[in-house]
Structure formats: C-alpha cells, structure tokens
Design a binder for this molecule. Structure first.
Ligand code: AMP
Length: 193
C-alpha cells in the first residue's frame, strides 16, 4: 500500500493537494476534519459534542479521531493506499496510526510536510473564510489559535517521522501545480527507491 501522511499547519494546502494526489495515485482520502464536519452537519451525537471544540480551533480528543480512522481503514482494506489529511495531529495519534496499519500488514510510506510561513497562513485562511462557510475560518483569533495548537501539539510529529526516516519537507508557496509536482516527485522517488 502507498500510505501518505500529508502534513502541515492549517491553510498549508493539504486539502487542495490531497484532491490532486488521490486522483493521480488512486488513493482513498481520509480527512478527519471533513469527517467531523460531516458529523456536525448531520447533527450526530459525535458532531454535536465536537462542534464547540472545532469552532474554537481546539483539537477533539485523540480517541475520537483514532476510532474514526481505524474504522475507515478497516472498511477499505482493498484500497491501493490512503492519504491522511489532518491526521495524525498528536504523538498519540501517530502511534495509534502506526499500530493500526501494522495490524493490517502495512505502514506509513512517507510524511509530506507542507511548509508555509505563519503570516501567509493567516491571510489564506481569512480569504478562505469568505466562502468556506467554516466557523473556524471566520475570525483571526480562531485562526491564530489553530496555528498555535499546531505549533504546540502537532509540529512535533516532524521529529516523530524524521526518526523513522519518513519526513520530507516541501516548500508550500507557489502555484498549486508547482507544489503538486514537488509532492509527486517525492512520492515517485520513494516508490522506486
Ligand atoms: P481541518 O479541516 O483538518 O483543519 O480540521 C478542522 C478541525 O477539526 C480542527 O481544528 C480540529 O478541531 C478538528 N480535527 C480535525 N482533525 C483532527 C485530529 N486529527 N485531531 C483532533 N482534532 C481534529
């Protein structure tokens, strides 16, 4: 299986690039943010519980997202592989992902980390907030909180995957196609290598 962790702070372009990558490589897109927004929209118990955390830009508990990902992987064992977008976001989530994949006889192939400066992220998210309809894109305070949560809880995963020699940093500023080409090159080099 080809299992990609598409990593980076909020606004780095993970969602946009995931769409293109899944088409090119025939992978299944697992975005915990999308799944949670679906639950919120459907007003499920989980969605209602997660709503206030998401709207404030805080993380939902590890066991919630780990359970969601575990189910989705189990439902798609015949897939060519997965793109994990917005997951893992904590060390506990990364360890759980390794365990779940190992149980299925596979593992993370590479972590592609999109690197974008903080000021650019805030501008992109404010711009996206004009049309995304996402409460967490709507004001600068929430956006800054999301970036600070990323810096405190999520960015450590660069070290986690570096220790496994799986981290590849990709400069995430440029046109969508330019960044896509860099991501594709990185994936192709691990596939042949
Ligand atoms: P995203 O669409 O990836 O920006 O996620 C939107 C929001 O959903 C985040 O700010 C969190 O509140 C929540 N969320 C998404 N993925 C995770 C995750 N892996 N762990 C915890 N919370 C998450």
């Amino acid at each position: 299986m080809l299992n990609l962790v598409l990593f980076g702070p909020p606004g780095a372009g993970k969602g946009t690039q995931s769409e293109k990558l899944l088409e090119k490589y025939g992978l299944i897109h697992l975005s915990t943010g999308d799944i949670l927004r679906g639950e919120m929209k459907a007003e499920t118990e989980l969605g209602l519980k997660a709503k206030s955390l998401i709207e404030a830009g805080n993380l939902v508990p590890d066991e919630v997202v780990i359970g969601m990902i575990d189910n989705k992987i189990s439902e798609n064992l015949n897939a060519k592989g997965f793109i994990f977008d917005g997951f893992p976001r904590t060390q506990a989530q990364a360890e759980a992902l390794d365990k779940v994949l190992e149980e299925k006889g596979t593992g993370v192939s590479v972590m592609l980390s999109l690197e974008v400066a903080e000021e650019e992220l805030v501008n992109r998210l404010l711009e996206r907030g004009k049309y995304s309809g996402r409460a967490d894109d709507a004001n600068e305070e929430t956006i800054k909180n999301r970036i600070s949560v990323y810096n405190k809880e999520t960015s450590v995963l660069v070290d986690y995957y570096s220790a496994q020699s799986k981290h590849v940093g990709i400069y995430g500023v440029g046109t969508i196609d330019e960044i896509f080409e860099k991501l594709s090159n990185a994936i192709d080099s691990i596939q042949v290598g």
